[in-house]
Design a protein. Sequence first.
Lengths: 114, 110
Amino acid sequence: NAGVTQTPKFQVLKTGQSMTLQCAQDMNHEYMSWYRQDPGMGLRLIHYSVGAGITDQGEVPNGYNVSRSTTEDFPLRLLSAAPSQTSVYFCASSYRSKGAGELFFGEGSRLTVL
Amino acid sequence: GESVGLHLPTLSVQEGDNSIINCAYSNSASDYFIWYKQESGKGPQFIIDIRSNMDKRQGQRVTVLLNKTVKHLSLQIAATQPGDSAVYFCAEGRSNMLTFGGGTRLMVKP
């Protein structure tokens, strides 16, 4: 049972480059979200989706785009990477009936922007 | 803005003792509160949640207490074990948004 799968696990970018962090879940969860976690800090919500075709902004959406074309996948795009986006990114999903409550997290993607 | 925070950044307890991790919140409109555990190099793992209309909820070895009068949340871990060593986050939820606090590191001494 894979759960929430994130790729890549590690990535180094140069300032201005673009990339996509992939997230897939096999639990048929309607709710999916992206968080970033900076050293010694909690998680901050970037974007979330309550179902295919629906996305919304979280606390820190600037510099990131998302789309939800299928229930399973929720990619996070960095259009022009900046050093301030150096962080660990977590994708999480849950059953919609529980809102954002009992989230199942992936293992994280560690991004460094030089 | 309103936020969720923790009183103690690090808590050290003896194996077998009970642990209490505290959290303060400021948004009285939150619908539910959740505790997550994060081990090094891993994603957070759900421990227990409590809705705003409750004041206590128990799970296996864990109890969450909610005091809405003083906007305080706590996680009690009974008979703390080495495997409980991790960072614990409280989070408050409203509709589809979950806001996390800064985290408390629990260290269990053998």
